[in-house]
Design a binder for this molecule. Sequence first.
Ligand code: FES
Length: 97
Amino acid sequence: MFRRLPEARAATVRVFIEGEAYEARAGDSVAAALLAAGRDHCRTTAVTGAQRAPYCMMGVCFDCLVRIDGVGNRQGCLVPVREGMRIALQLGKRALD
Ligand code: FES
């Protein structure tokens, strides 16, 4: 679906997407890393369970909500990846702990 432009070597960081290790490019947002990893959605809606994927990539649509390191409702397009980050799909509404 998405393909990176050719460029010189870029540093990578290891993140875990749904528990699976993935080498993300340093400086990418979580949403960009998910798309680069081939994920076709990052959340499901609270009412119907419909799948949603990052759309605007600039903090407006909220279709990129994910759980990051156990915290839900994080906008993946606004959070840069970092080493060891654990990213999980957000299924429905955020659970309050
Ligand atoms: S992709 Fe739209 S708010 Fe993140």
